[in-house]
Design a protein around this ligand. Sequence first.
Ligand SMILES: [Zn+2]
Length: 231
Amino acid sequence: MRVGEVWHGAADLVLGARCAGCGRPGLGACAACTAAVRGSPPLLVAGLPDALPVVYAGGAYTGELRRLLLAAKERNGLGLVPLLGERLAAAVAAWALEEGSGLTVVLVPVPTAPAQVIARGVDLTAALARVAARRLRRAGLPVRTWAGLRLCRRPQDQSELGRSGRLANLVGAFTVARALPMGQVVVVDDIVTTGATLREAVRACVADGRLPAAGATVAATARTGTRRGAR
Ligand SMILES: [Zn+2]
């Protein structure tokens, strides 16, 4: 048995810790789930509202990626942030390869309700953006984060709303709290479903005089495609 396996076994015994992707004993994500998530190719997301720029995702919202993202959102899975942030970095890199200009990329996380930040102990989207920016800088890309979007009113819970309901629910919910830095703005979120949240983030940036170049997320639900122009 390798040393790492001993530690994972001990984590199960002492902490009751299990991989959030498959339930095997261990801390964070196990090697198999990590490999599965890393092996998922980034996607150009199709079928989003016309008001959005191109949106890339680090993978489809299925299997291990879905389970790990859910765990990070619902069970305070801070240990999963590095792996999930890596997928966000892959999405940004996929966009930059296709149409980046070489200017500094400014990752703008969508704002999280303060109550949710308190409940999770972390602003998950902002933390994912910071991890992604660090990884991309290590790869030599000029990337920074700017967490300057704020909620200016509280939207109702989106889970019961359809697509048009979500779009209407969010309009005017975000505002730019201070001047956006120079560079290519990429709005980021953990997941894209209807595109309503990203669209509101884009609207807030545009209202401040800046048109985002892209959106990027860790994962995307249905209607994903890899072809450019498929949107
Ligand atoms: Zn696993």
